[in-house]
Structure formats: C-alpha cells, structure tokens
Write a protein of this length. Structure first.
Length: 266
C-alpha cells in the first residue's frame, strides 16, 4: 500500500487506532503511573524530580528527544508564558510553547496539577504512541499523521524550522534538500516563505493536498522500500492535475477523496 493509502486507513479511523495504542502494555503502564502521580507534581521541582512523570509529559508534547534538557525546561517553566520575552515564546518551538502552557506553574501555581491536565497529557501521549507505532511499519505514515496534528496550529515558518518532523515533511513535499538546514535560520525562513502559505494548513482540503504530495514524494524518494506498483500510483497521483488543482501543491483533490473513500470501504 502507498504511504498515502496507509495514512488514510489510520486517519479515517483514528479512534480505533488510538484505542489500540492505549492498550499496549508499555503505554498502559506509563499512563497508569502518570494518572496516579500527576497530582503530586504541585511545583516545577516536583515535576522535574520525578523523571518518569517528566519524561511522559515531554513525550506527550512531541519532546521525547529532549528529555535530557532539564535546565532548559526548568527555565522555560519558571518564566511562564505571559511575557512575550519568555523562553516559551522566543524559542519558536510550538511543542515547547504547548508544554509551557499546559504546565503553567508561573501563572497557576499548584493548581496546574489537575484532572484536566491529566486528561490533556494522557490524550496527547496516546496520540504520540499511536503515531510511533505506525512509524514502525512506515515512517512516512508517522510523519503524515504528525503533520496533520500539528500543522494547523502553525503561525509562521519558524514553527516549521523548529520542529524536525514538520521540517522533514515540508522539505520532502517541496523537494527541498535537507542540506539547506545547514544555512542560517533566516535564510531558510525566507525560502519557505516563498513556497508556503501557513493559512493553507488551516484549510482541511488544502492540508489533505499537502499531505498527499508529501506521501507521493516520500514513496518516490524511498522507492527501494516501496513496491513499484505503489510508486507508480503515487506518481500518477502527484502529476495527474498540476494545472487544475485548487490545492496549494498541484494534487487533484478529487483523487484524494477517491482514495479516502476506497480506504474506508476496505
């Protein structure tokens, strides 16, 4: 199956796939621990000292690769989110900002450790676990699901540049070499501004179109690991309607809808 086909299979039935992820032994055990102990995290110190609790929260917000950054996260939480000059607002990382908003000890004090917070974090953790599980079968599907979740919240291209997964999707979809990441951040931003309209990602149809283009390009770039029939299908999808698409990336949205309906029928 193509990356797009696999992605649509999951995207069309997210509730079922999340439930499957939540029941896996590791996820269930970690979630049980978090729910039982989050009420004790009434301060920044309490959260950071319980590494299992802290790591769970970080993974929930897509920061699992930065659980070592205790000092950075301490400063981020201490400064809160109200000041425009606070780290959470100046790092240009939407995941760190979302983490700081959820664990706003600076603004809410010990009231942060609430049932509402527990529900928010566990929901996000299960989502990340579901995406990671799909990534074991096809990394492109994980990236597509991640982009679907986070892209609508982006407000500038700097949010893309601050997130490795979002950047990989954009570079792949637009045929931008990953080597451009070595350039100064403002140079990269100028390039993306000429190619992206961030408001497009708030439009569900245009977001679908962008994910379709990413999926096609991903399979074409990874042809060695993809059946030739799938590569051919993606090539047709990608090039079928370069002139007539109402999406931002040259993909016929009617073809996406046909694929979506076909996947639902399986």
């Amino acid at each position: 199956m193509t990356t797009l086909g696999s992605y649509l299979t999951v995207a069309n039935d997210l509730g079922r796939w999340r439930a499957v992820a939540a029941k896996t032994p590791e996820v269930a055990a970690d979630t049980k621990y978090f729910q039982a102990n989050i009420s004790k995290a009434t301060s920044i110190d309490a959260l950071l000292k319980d590494r299992r609790l802290f790591n769970y929260a970080m993974k929930a917000f897509g920061l699992g690769d930065r659980t070592y950054a205790i000092g950075l996260m301490r400063k981020t939480l201490e400064q809160g989110v109200d000041d425009s000059g606070a780290l959470a607002n100046t790092l240009r990382d939407p995941n760190i900002l979302a983490f700081a908003q959820a664990f706003d000890y600076a603004g809410k004090g010990d009231a942060v450790a609430s049932q509402s917070l527990a529900d928010t974090v566990t929901g996000r953790y299960v989502e990340q676990a579901m995406q990671a599980g799909q990534g074991k079968q096809n990394p492109g599907v994980e990236l597509a699901l991640y982009f679907r979740e986070h892209a609508p919240q982006l407000t500038s291209v700097y949010g893309v540049l601050a997130d490795k997964k979002l950047l990989q999707v954009v570079q792949t979809a637009l045929g931008i070499s990953s080597k451009t990441s070595a350039q100064p951040i403002d140079t990269q931003a100028r390039l993306l501004k000429t190619k992206l309209n961030m408001d497009d990602f708030k439009d569900a149809r245009k977001l679908d179109a962008f994910i379709a283009r990413f999926s096609a390009m991903y399979d074409l770039q990874n042809a060695g690991a993809t059946p030739q029939s799938a590569v051919g299908a993606n090539a047709i999808l990608f090039s079928a309607s370069l002139a007539g698409s109402d999406g931002p990336v040259g993909v016929d949205l009617s073809l996406i809808l046909q694929l979506r309906n076909a996947t639902r029928a399986l």
